[in-house]
Ligand binder design. Structure first.
Ligand code: COA
Length: 190
C-alpha cells in the first residue's frame, strides 16, 4: 500500500473534500454538502493524503455538547477502499475528540460493519439527544431515516489499557523476611 498521511485539512483541500462527499451523496450514502459549508467547517476536517499529494479521504468531528460529538463526512475514494484508510481516519477522529475532551463519539451510518471494526457499538437511536436530529430537516430521507446509530466512548479512562485481572498481587518478601523464614524452616526440620 502506498504511504498515506492523515493531516488536518487546509483551505486548498476544500474542493477535494466536497468532491468526495458529494460523490457518495449522489449515490444516497451521505448528505450533500456545499463548498461553502465545507469551507465553513474546514477546521473540523482531517484528510488522508496519498504520496502524490492527492486527497483520497476525509473525516470531521462535530461537537454537539459537553460530552458528545459526531464522526461525520467520513469518505474514502472508491479506488482506495479496503486498504485500512477508513479505519485510519476514524482513529484520527478519535484522537481529535480526545484532544478536545469529548467523552463520546457517535456516528449515523449505513456502514455498521465497518464502524464495528473500528470499535463502535450499535445503539438505539433514541439514546441520541434531539439536537442531533436537527440537521435532518435538510435530508430527503428525513421521514424515513434508516441510518444506524453507533457510539464509542473515547474518554481516557475507557481507552486506557485493560486493568490487570482482579485479585491481589502476591507481595515479594523482603530480604530480612526471607532470611527469617529460612531460619524457621531449618529449626522446624531439626
Ligand atoms: C465506509 C468507508 C469509509 C470504509 O473505508 P475503507 O478504507 O474501505 O475501510 P477500511 O479498509 O479501513 O476497513 C476497516 C475494516 O472494516 C471492514 N469493512 C470496511 N467496509 C466494510 C463493509 N462495507 N462491510 C463490512 N466490513 C467492512 C474492513 O474489512 C476492515 O476490516 P478489518 O479491520 O478486519 O481489516 C468507505 O467504504 C466509504 O467511503 N464509504 C462511502 C461513504 C460512507 O458510507 N461513509 C460513512 C458515513 S458515516
Amino acid at each position: 500500500m502506498p504511504a498515506m498521511k492523515i493531516r488536518p485539512a487546509k483551505v486548498k483541500d476544500a474542493q477535494s473534500i466536497c468532491g468526495l462527499i458529494n460523490y457518495y451523496a449522489e449515490r444516497g450514502r451521505m448528505l450533500h454538502r456545499s463548498l461553502e459549508s465545507v469551507y465553513g467547517s474546514l477546521r473540523k476536517f482531517q484528510v488522508a493524503q496519498a504520496d502524490d499529494g492527492a486527497v483520497v479521504g476525509c473525516v470531521a468531528v462535530d461537537i454537539f455538547w459537553a460530552d458528545l460529538a459526531e464522526v461525520k463526512s467520513l469518505a474514502v475514494a472508491p479506488n482506495h477502499h479496503g486498504k485500512g484508510l477508513g479505519k485510519m481516519l476514524v482513529k484520527a477522529a478519535v484522537r481529535d475528540a480526545r484532544r478536545l475532551g469529548v467523552h463520546t463519539l457517535f456516528a449515523l451510518t449505513y456502514e455498521e460493519k465497518f464502524f464495528l471494526r473500528c470499535g463502535f457499538v450499535t445503539i438505539d437511536r433514541d439514546r441520541l439527544p434531539e439536537k442531533v436530529w436537527r440537521e435532518c430537516i435538510n435530508c430527503p430521507k428525513a421521514d424515513a431515516c434508516d441510518e444506524i446509530a453507533m457510539m464509542m466512548p473515547v474518554n481516557e479512562k475507557v481507552l486506557r489499557k485493560k486493568p490487570k485481572a482482579a485479585g491481589r498481587k502476591k507481595k515479594k518478601a523482603s530480604k530480612p523476611l526471607k532470611r527469617q523464614r529460612k531460619r524457621q524452616r531449618k529449626t522446624a526440620k531439626s
